[in-house]
Design a protein around this ligand. Structure first.
Ligand code: HEC
Length: 156
């Protein structure tokens, strides 16, 4: 039988380590220092499809944002090397093989939604923060720039 004291001590230790993990994931959730002057104006709110898809300035600025805010978990330039988090370049890749243009747009829209939702609300499992939320920190034009960047980042 477990001694009640050691059980509560174990719980306390578990609580402590969860706090440490959470604190680490939540650290540095701040707006990156980036010049967005080259970004075209977009309609307010969250669009259904990336309004900055195919925009070279957005992809370039997205790369700067990425390396300041996401690379520590998702790898430098999203290269997926030795990173503990998923390779983001594959999100929506399968859409390119969809022949029907309307269906392809729907496929891309699903992928965009998933990307935006992941960034805005982060990733939590069993109360542990695997990825912190950026809602209210990164505005739509920054998140869409990130999306444009990961879509065009070279694959190794
Ligand atoms: C503290 C580490 C950390 C940071 C910083 C981080 N992420 Fe994540 N991210 C993760 C982890 C871990 C997962 C996988 C978690 C899961 O699926 O439960 C993930 C998942 C995702 C997913 C879903 C990927 C998939 O295939 O399931 C997207 C999209 C994403 N992150 C985008 C970003 C972007 C963009 C940034 C920068 C704004 C960012 N993340 C910053 C750790 C991080």
């Amino acid at each position: 039988m477990t001694h009640p004291l050691s059980a509560s001590r174990a719980l306390c230790l578990l609580g402590l380590s969860l706090t440490v993990l959470t604190a680490r994931a939540d650290a540095d959730v701040k707006r990156p220092d980036v010049d967005t002057a080259a970004l075209p104006a977009i309609a307010p709110g969250w669009a259904d499809l990336n309004p900055l898809r195919g925009n070279a300035d957005a992809a370039r600025i997205g790369g700067t944002i990425f390396n300041q805010t996401c690379a520590r978990c998702h790898g430098e330039n999203a290269n997926g090397m030795r990173s503990p988090a998923p390779d983001l370049r594959r999100i929506g890749m399968a859409c390119q093989r969809v022949k029907d243009p309307a269906l392809r747009q729907r496929c891309l829209s699903d992928a965009d939604h998933f990307f935006v939702k992941s960034v805005r609300y982060g990733k939590q499992k069993f109360g542990i923060v695997h990825m912190p939320p950026w809602d209210g920190v990164l505005e739509p034009s920054l998140v869409w720039s990130l999306r444009s960047f990961v879509e065009t980042a070279p694959r190794n």
